[in-house]
Design a binder for this molecule. Structure first.
Ligand SMILES: [Zn+2]
Length: 319
């Protein structure tokens, strides 16, 4: 089903600054004590400020010690994206193919450009592979939140493409190449490139048949794909019946056109990833830079520049 993604982040309103600038905004906008009267008067403030304050203190779902978390961020002096929202008007953005685009982001500059195109991810809390994110209309997000999810989406694409390859050749592995499996620790998995736990448990005593044991690698891949994507999409996507279309088949003369809708970019990214898997799309990884790309014709590299650089590197090696 089609997904509509609507965001308050308009193109070109996002900038990257150190988290230390949270300190300045904080002093200006956060009152010592929040009282109801003050919050009611909030519509007189700028939209950015009110969203900032909401993200900071008013969110009913904010994690405990959010204040402490922001203090830590300020101390860390780490890059952070700020969205200077000046209008609540939602705008729709096309997010088809966004999962691969997101997974290919590398530099801060690329992350900033992507954010200016699509908006902020919409996550409030420190990500981990094991928990469900708190989605929220955010106005600031540390870049390391982004890097966590970029890595995760890229790893999930790798698992998916390895599972596809396994149907054809056998000498390709998920365990050992993409994830580690520690059977002594209750069947825990973790990402090989970051050592973060993945919330998927396969207990050895449950692997009863020869078949199960032989296919542990596939089982792990499928479980990780399904569980992580399901967790990430939780509380992000709603069913919408906004469009009413005339229909002769319907006894009321009209039908409600169903769509999915989300206000959170990260939800749209995981939905795109899910769609790609459901549609059996092919994903290749560039042998030069490692970025995922769509196969077309006999293309082996993600871009001409990678093809040229791989060629030059080979020539150098041959000498
Ligand atoms: Zn490349």
């Amino acid at each position: 089903m089609e997904l509509i993604y609507e965001t308050i982040h308009h193109s070109g309103q996002i900038k990257m600054e150190s988290t230390t600038s949270l300190k300045d905004i904080k002093q200006e906008t956060i009152p010592k004590e929040v009282d109801e009267k003050w919050l009611r008067g909030m519509n007189r403030r700028s939209i950015y400020e009110s969203l900032f304050v909401q993200q900071f203190i008013k969110s009913p779902i904010a994690m405990t010690n959010y204040d402490f978390f922001v203090q830590q961020l300020i101390k860390m002096d780490t890059p952070c994206l700020f969205s200077m929202v000046d209008d609540y008007k939602d705008i729709r953005k096309d997010t088809k193919g966004i999962a691969k685009e997101f997974a290919s982001l590398e530099t801060d500059k690329e992350i900033l450009a992507f954010a200016n195109k699509y908006g902020l991810l919409g996550i409030l809390t420190q990500p981990s592979s094991g928990t469900i994110d708190y989605y929220y209309p955010t106005v600031f997000e540390p870049v390391y939140f982004w890097r966590h999810h970029i890595k995760e989406v890229k790893n999930l694409l790798k698992i998916y493409s390895t599972l596809k390859k396994k149907n054809i050749e056998t000498n390709t592995d998920i365990i050992g190449d993409i994830v580690n499996y520690n059977s002594s620790a209750q069947g825990d998995f973790e990402w090989i490139d970051g050592g973060e736990k993945i919330p998927v448990y396969i207990y050895e005593e449950d692997l009863t048949t020869r078949e199960d044991i032989d296919h542990l690698d596939e089982l792990a891949g499928v479980h990780i794909l399904g569980n992580v994507i399901r967790n990430r999409m939780k509380n992000t996507i709603n069913l919408d019946f906004g469009d009413i279309v005339p229909s002769q088949k319907s006894s009321i003369g009209f039908r409600f056109k169903e769509t999915y809708i989300t206000n959170y970019l990260l939800g749209a990214i995981y939905y795109d990833l899910w769609t790609l898997i459901s549609n059996n799309e092919n994903v290749l990884f560039c042998p030069y830079c490692g970025d995922p790309f769509t196969k077309s014709g006999r293309k082996k590299f993600c871009s001409d520049s990678c093809r040229v650089m791989a060629h030059n590197a080979k020539k150098k090696g041959d000498k």
